[in-house]
Ligand binder design. Structure first.
Ligand SMILES: NC(=O)c1ccc[n+]([C@@H]2O[C@H](COP(=O)([O-])OP(=O)(O)OC[C@H]3O[C@@H](n4cnc5c(N)ncnc54)[C@H](O)[C@@H]3O)[C@@H](O)[C@H]2O)c1
Length: 271
């Protein structure tokens, strides 16, 4: 799809693979400079090479974990030095560790919550603290407590949640982490609108990416057939998530804050 992201800068966690990579490619090929933060160095470097070919903007890879607060703060500072100020933050890094509540697994619980929920908070705060401080400093120069909203640079945060936020058998930790992301997004939308920062979450159904591991291939495609049958428009592709994310970052979405977009393939009752 065509968007106008000329002169815009995007910071995308989990941008080395799957949905995050697609968002990075779509933004870069429509004019944006992109920084991706990911644990996977090999894929991260490969994606950056592709981003450079796709567009005229800058593209950098930052190796790190979203749940490492000190590391994230250093990497965000590095990204700002190398690319400049950011317009968009896309919190996309995520992990999947499935178990039933009756088989509660503390190690998997902590890991999932650390990456999917705490990671979104850690990366968001690294940007938001800077943006809010910058706004407050400008207001102070004018002898005001707050800058008039529209005097702040417009910025957008999009968090990649999941339809599992509405509950999904076998995904206790994952659904809790994504429901947390939804709550956090609404809180950020309420706190940050006064600084001209809009916050959104998208909630995809099943999308064919490496996070699914062998799920779609195993048992002679049994699960693939099952999910293809359950989702009216079939299992999703990464562009089905990237397109709405790009819309939320575009000028056309300027008047929208705090949206929770179900990317549900036509299915109205959860995953
Ligand atoms: N694929 C789906 O069906 C689906 C559905 C709904 C939501 N989601 C969400 O979409 C997001 C992207 O997932 P995907 O499907 O593209 O999977 P993916 O595995 O292709 O991509 C996830 C990326 O996150 C990175 N990552 C993992 N832990 C990290 C950490 N601690 N710090 C930094 N990077 C880390 C991985 O290295 C990988 O590059 C996730 O948040 C996932 O929960 C996926």
């Amino acid at each position: 799809m065509k968007w106008n992201f000329e002169g815009k800068n995007a910071f995308i966690t989990g941008g080395a693979s799957g949905i995050g990579r697609q968002i990075a490619m779509d933004m870069a090929s429509n004019g944006a400079s992109v920084a991706i933060l990911d644990m996977n160095e090999e894929l991260g470097n490969k994606t950056v090479e592709e981003l450079k070919k796709a567009g005229n903007g800058k593209a950098i890879f930052l190796k790190g974990s979203v749940s490492d607060k000190e590391g994230v703060e250093k990497l965000v500072a590095q990204a700002m030095t190398e690319i400049g100020d950011f317009d968009f933050l896309i919190n996309c890094a995520g992990v999947l560790r499935d178990f039933l509540v009756s088989r509660f697994n503390e190690k998997f619980w902590d890991f999932t919550i650390d990456v999917n929920l705490k990671g979104v908070a850690i990366v968001s705060q690294a940007f938001v603290t800077k943006w809010v401080n910058e706004s407050r400093a400008k207001a102070k120069e004018k002898g005001e407590k707050y800058l008039p909203v529209l005097e702040n640079k417009p910025r957008v945060i999009v968090n990649i949640a999941s339809l599992a936020a509405e509950g999904n058998a076998g995904q206790v930790a994952y659904s809790a982490s994504k429901a947390g992301v939804v709550g956090m997004t609404l809180t950020m939308a309420k706190e940050l609108a006064r600084y001209n920062i809009r916050s959104h979450a998208v909630k995809p159904t099943l999308i064919d990416t490496p996070i699914l591991g062998e799920l779609l291939e195993k048992d002679e495609g049994k699960f693939k057939k099952y999910y293809d049958g359950r989702i009216p428009f079939g299992i999703g592709q990464t562009s089905y998530v990237s397109d709405p994310v790009c819309f939320l970052c575009s000028e056309g979405a300027y008047f929208i804050n705090g949206s929770l977009i179900p990317i549900n393939g036509g299915k109205m009752d959860g995953l």
